[in-house]
Design a protein around this ligand. Structure first.
Ligand code: TNX
Length: 715
């Protein structure tokens, strides 16, 4: 990529037409700026960008395709979106296809000009979502359908002539943020349809009673009254009134009252009443009041002018409702982390877990070890994506994030992996590993057998220093230590090394094969846990693995492996540890939501459907004692090996993270999947309008938007 971007301007203009033989996978000798893939003269008539060499794809600026375009799993559209990030001009005028698939170019930052094939009739949902540099699209006259969010966020798009097209359907928020004048209007009033569901609340509250009486004229709200401790919540309330009801200036006799009231039982619980005089929200803490406000925000989404009297009494089911993001495999720009926080807050999440280091990069500044970010924050070309993903967070940025998240009652939990998934650190400081091996930062996903060395004091000094610095940045009482996939594949790195053998002897470990290597991991964990607890006052968390056979009491263990949740629960109970539920089959949001949904190309991920997420009962067949004393919360994971653009994190997260929010918050008896889907319509439409992409690949998506809302569902 870098080689190509350094090319001279003259080369920019040259259009190289390579014959079919260019299918060879070798790297071309000279850098190529432009490419015509014309297969029409050979026997094949398919465009197949797949056949181009990976490095060529990563650097291409102009791409002209002829022949039939394929939109299957690893077809031409996926290839351009994920593997050709620098394509600026995409000329498909001589290619054929009848539709531009959903999400075809979602988040593509290179595209400036796209000429679509003559025969295109449909432009799919979110097809050009957030193509921020896209200036011109040449639409053929055949185009009849432009789906929801198709050009949403294309803020540079100035040339889009739809006058020749015979548009039958134009979707919701298809042109949100597009500055061009005279854009086609949506043909279906999705918003009005979805807003018929007046209580489109996610997560659904524990109690909701529709009251008698006159509705509140929202425009008459003249005042927000709040105790000084609730200044942050008062400003959130002001924002809600502005965003939902357009109230920039408050005038009128109705009011919003925010009250601290110790009689509200749960620290995160709240009571909300609305009547013609105004809105009262009570909580025993600012967090409770804040959650009441997020409910008010959703009430006003459906009823922005006239709010019908209602009383809501609500409290969460589980203590911690978390999303984990992975800025390692694909860097997440700092601003996007903030956008994630504001979005999570809407659904009453209270923890953002940052997976800050892994084999492919180290993403957090550590002042005492500057080589970590200097040498290991690039994420080199990985798997079939032959381009880098550079970036790291400074400690100042993380402080800003922590403060911002705190305003949204979200704590930020850092994760530093050990002893596995640490190749990036080992690359910068080879003394961290057995034999001081200088290893490259990992360029594929998967599991490495390069581990931290348990028999070297440098390892402990390093970890203590890192945690000491992080403790000054992240005030959350929890720190995640990773611990996954270090024994699977087995910890062979530790089997033959003489220092590891000597440590085994010292610890009374008699075996010399790999069977008790886990005891060295335990030794490492015990020392780090003691430091975290005694010196820093932190509670450790880690990913549960069966081959790591002991858990210290009071720790929080994450049940993540498909099919092993019961085993993890039993181990947590036996060891008096708490358990965070994130079983792969319900909570892995990096997996596709449906067959063929993004990420279409992955390492063989199973599908985690929206329904499957919703079906998680965090009690997991256990007793009351489990829910009260052992269940810590629920986590949705967003590993990013297969999400090459930042907005893909949102696409994977939503709407499943809404289902998971309800899993973690709403009492089981109040949950119903069909009802959830009806409430989701307005929430998802609102989210799209606000510039967040999401998946629509769940049963009933299209049908739900067309059918009438039955009266029974309006409560
Ligand atoms: C396993 S889940 C991992 C991660 C990968 C993920 C991909 C876990 C604790 N470890 O390193 O990113 O699979 O889904």
């Amino acid at each position: 990529m870098h080689l190509l971007s350094r090319c001279s301007a003259a080369l920019l203009c040259c259009l190289l037409a390579l014959p079919l033989s260019a299918q060879s996978t070798s790297t071309p000798r000279a850098p190529v700026e432009a490419y015509t893939l014309d297969l029409s003269q050979g026997s094949a008539t398919t465009a197949q960008v797949r056949l181009l060499p990976a490095e060529l794809k990563a650097g291409l600026k102009t791409l002209v395709l002829t022949g039939a375009l394929s939109s299957d799993r690893n077809g031409d559209f996926r290839q351009i979106r994920d593997l050709c990030p620098n394509v600026e001009v995409l000329d498909l005028s001589a290619a054929t296809c009848t539709e531009i698939p959903d999400n075809a170019f979602l988040g593509h930052r290179g595209l400036r000009k796209v000429v679509l094939p003559q025969g295109v009739k449909r432009i799919g949902r979110q097809a050009f979502f957030n193509c921020k540099n896209l200036q011109e699209v040449v639409l053929p006259s055949a185009v009849e359908i432009i789906e929801d969010g198709a050009f949403n966020g294309c803020t540079a798009l100035r040339k889009l002539d739809t006058s020749r097209a015979t548009l039958r359907n134009v979707g919701f928020a298809a042109f949100e943020g597009v500055p061009t004048a005279q854009l086609p209007q949506p043909t279906f009033d999705l918003w009005a349809k979805a807003a018929q569901e007046k209580y489109s609340l996610i997560p659904y509250p524990a109690q909701l009673e529709v009251q008698q009486g006159k509705a509140l004229d929202v425009s008459r709200i003249g005042k927000i009254e709040a105790a000084p401790e609730l200044a942050n919540e008062a400003s959130y309330a002001r924002r809600i009134l502005r965003d939902r009801a357009g109230l920039n200036v408050l005038r009128g006799s109705a009011k919003v009252q925010l009250l601290l009231d110790a009689t509200v039982q749960n620290a995160e619980g709240y009571e909300l009443t609305a009547n013609k005089k105004g809105i009262v929200i009570k909580g025993s803490t600012p967090a409770g009041v804040f959650y009441g406000l997020t409910t008010l925000d959703q009430l006003l989404t459906a009823q922005p002018q006239s709010l019908e009297p209602v009383k809501i009494v609500d409290a969460p089911r589980t203590r911690v409702r978390e999303l984990m993001v992975d800025p390692v495999r694909t860097f997440i720009p700092f601003a996007e982390l903030k956008r994630m926080v504001t979005e999570m807050a809407r659904y009453k999440y209270n923890a953002l877990h940052l997976h800050l280091v892994d084999d492919q990069a180290w993403r957090i500044e550590i002042k005492k070890y500057p080589r970590l970010v200097a040498e290991s924050s690039l994420r080199p070309a990985m798997d079939d994506m032959q381009y880098t993903s550079p970036g790291f967070y400074t400690q100042d940025e993380m402080r800003e994030l922590v403060a911002f998240a705190a305003q949204h009652h979200i704590m930020v939990i850092p994760e530093i992996e050990m002893p596995g998934h640490e190749v990036a650190a080992i690359h910068a400081y080879p003394q961290l590993t057995v034999g001081n091996k200088k290893v490259p930062v990992r360029t594929t996903s998967g599991v490495s057998n390069n581990l931290l060395n348990p028999a070297s004091e440098f390892t402990y000094q390093f970890l203590f220093d890192v945690f000491d610095e992080l403790a000054k940045v992240f005030p959350a009482p929890y720190v995640h230590l990773g611990g996954d996939e270090a024994g699977n594949p087995p910890l062979d790195d530790w089997t033959t090394d003489s220092a590891c053998i000597a440590l085994k002897e010292k610890l009374g470990i008699t075996t010399r094969d790999r069977s008790e290597n886990w005891k060295l991991q335990k030794y490492m964990f015990d020392r780090v846990i003691a430091h975290l607890r005694d010196k820093l006052g932190k509670t450790p968390m880690f990913w549960y693995e069966t081959d790591f056979k002991e858990i210290q009491p009071g720790c929080i263990t994450f049940a993540w492996r498909h099919g092993l949740t019961k085993t993890a629960i039993d181990a947590a109970r036996a060891n008096k540890a708490k358990i965070m539920l994130c079983p792969g089959e319900h909570c892995y949001l990096d997996y596709p939501m449906d067959k063929g949904d993004l990420p279409e190309v992955n390492w063989g991920m199973p599908v985690t459907s929206l329904k499957r997420v919703y079906e998680l009962d965090p009690r997991w067949g256990q007793d009351d004692e489990f829910e009260r004393d052992f269940l810590f919360g629920v986590t949705g994971t967003l590993w990013s090996e297969c999400m090459p653009q930042p907005e893909r994190v949102y696409y994977q997260a939503f709407p499943r993270a809404m289902a998971l929010a309800e899993v973690g918050w709403t009492p089981q008896a109040r949950r119903n999947y069909d009802h959830f889907l009806r409430r989701l319509q307005l929430i998802q439409a609102d989210q799209l309008r606000r510039g967040y992409p999401s998946s629509s690949r769940f049963a009933g998506y299209d049908q739900l938007r067309k059918e009438e809302v039955p009266a029974t569902h309006s409560k």
